[in-house]
Design a protein around this ligand. Structure first.
Ligand code: PLP
Length: 377
């Protein structure tokens, strides 16, 4: 099976983890490795502060808590995203409001934001989906005009830029994931970046059970969202390779583009002229002219030992959100269409040109076989 993604772990990561173990840096409370990783990664993103946590989900949960968003508040979120984006809002007792996608980049449609804002709206969480940045200059201008906080969901966009500026450096806070299939990985892990010293302080406090003085007396209900030293050691070894990883991801995407560019009815990933897309995954959308449906294509690829994934189920269709008493029904026809017709192809960044050609060939063959069958009728 050609997997959708295979993590690549080198000797450097193994040695770094072993060295952390030998130094006794096993928890989230000791050693120099966690602060070093935080400093390096935050600086890479163009931010002053980094706060390492246990996952991308806890990064989002913590950022929403640090922003003091809670009961009675609404937060606009991209409709097409991983459930973690919306869970961060509901686990803080606030209500996520889905914003439909735009059809080119599949990111939230900035033209829809202002109509969704109410007196309850406190923040926007834009997601840089599949590695293509949201137009953050425009989004920040809208947010500032309405006095809204912005928490970027950068789980899929490490190193992606908008007009040469890193995603993660625009919002009040930004949340990264280091899950196994992310641009760089610590197995499980995440980080919140910010340029705001007060947010950084609150993030650190709430990450660590809100310890205060005297120790073991707690003014606030915090969380244990700490990253371990072992994970940070792996993260630093991965981080040293990030530009190589990104250029390989772009090579894989370019190679797919070359082989699939002439296929009718297959929408390929976009890269706006102001953007650096990092192609976290190589995602495509099946249109009617393709001849077969997304599910038929998936079945045909599976028969050829090629793994795929669908796009995300949009937030306007999530049972766990629809059952919330205050959840607003917002139609999201574009995100619905992406859920029905989108998929991503094997995207491991070490894929050779031959394997990519094989996958692209199988995609074309699936569409061709249908056309042949139709012509025989
Ligand atoms: C857009 C997005 N947000 C948040 C997350 C959650 O990250 P994690 O799996 O590290 O909790 C993910 C990925 O898993 C994601 O793709």
């Amino acid at each position: 099976m050609i997997e959708v993604f295979d993590p690549i772990i080198g000797e450097e990561e193994i040695e770094a983890v072993v060295a952390a173990l030998r130094r006794g840096e096993i928890s989230g409370s000791f050693g120099e490795t966690i602060p070093r990783f935080e400093e390096e990664f935050a600086a890479y993103c163009g931010c002053k502060y980094g706060v390492a946590v246990s996952s991308g989900s806890t990064a989002l949960h913590l950022a929403v808590a640090a922003a003091e968003i809670g009961a009675g508040d609404e937060v606009l979120v991209s409709s097409s995203t991983n459930i973690a984006t919306a869970l961060a809002v509901i686990h803080n007792q606030a209500i996520p409001v889905p914003v439909d996608s735009e059809s080119l980049t599949w990111n939230l449609d900035l033209d829809l934001i202002e109509n969704l804002i109410t007196e309850k709206t406190k923040a926007i969480i834009p997601v840089h989906l599949y590695g293509h940045p949201v137009d953050m200059d425009r989004l920040m201008e809208i947010a500032q005009r309405h006095n809204l906080l912005v928490i970027e969901d950068c789980a899929e966009s490490h190193g992606a830029t908008c007009r040469n500026r890193m995603t993660g450096s625009f919002g009040d806070m930004a949340c990264f994931s280091f899950y196994a299939n992310k641009v760089i990985t610590t197995g499980e892990g995440g980080m919140v970046t910010t340029n705001n010293a007060e947010f950084a302080e609150r993030l650190r406090l709430l990450r660590n059970l809100a310890f205060s003085k005297p120790r073991f007396r707690h003014e606030e209900a915090g969380f244990n969202f700490r990253m371990t030293g072992i994970q940070a050691a792996m993260g630093r070894a991965q981080f040293a390779k990030i530009e190589h990883i990104l250029s390989e991801k772009r090579r894989v995407a370019q190679t797919y583009n070359n082989f699939l560019g002439d296929v009718d009815g297959l929408q390929l990933p976009h890269e706006a002229e102001w953007a650096r897309n990092v192609y976290w995954m190589y995602a495509v959308v099946v249109q009617p002219e393709f001849g077969i449906t997304r599910d038929e294509l998936t079945t045909s690829l599976r028969a050829a030992d090629i793994d795929t994934r669908t796009f995300f189920c949009p937030m306007n269709q999530q049972p766990c959100l629809l059952s919330l008493p205050d959840f607003r029904t917002v139609p999201c026809p574009v995100a619905d269409g992406l859920w029905d017709n989108g998929l991503y192809l094997p995207s491991t960044y070490s894929l050779s040109e031959d394997v990519i050609k094989q996958v692209a060939g199988a995609v074309k063959a699936a569409a061709q076989s249908q056309k042949k069958a139709m012509s025989l009728l």
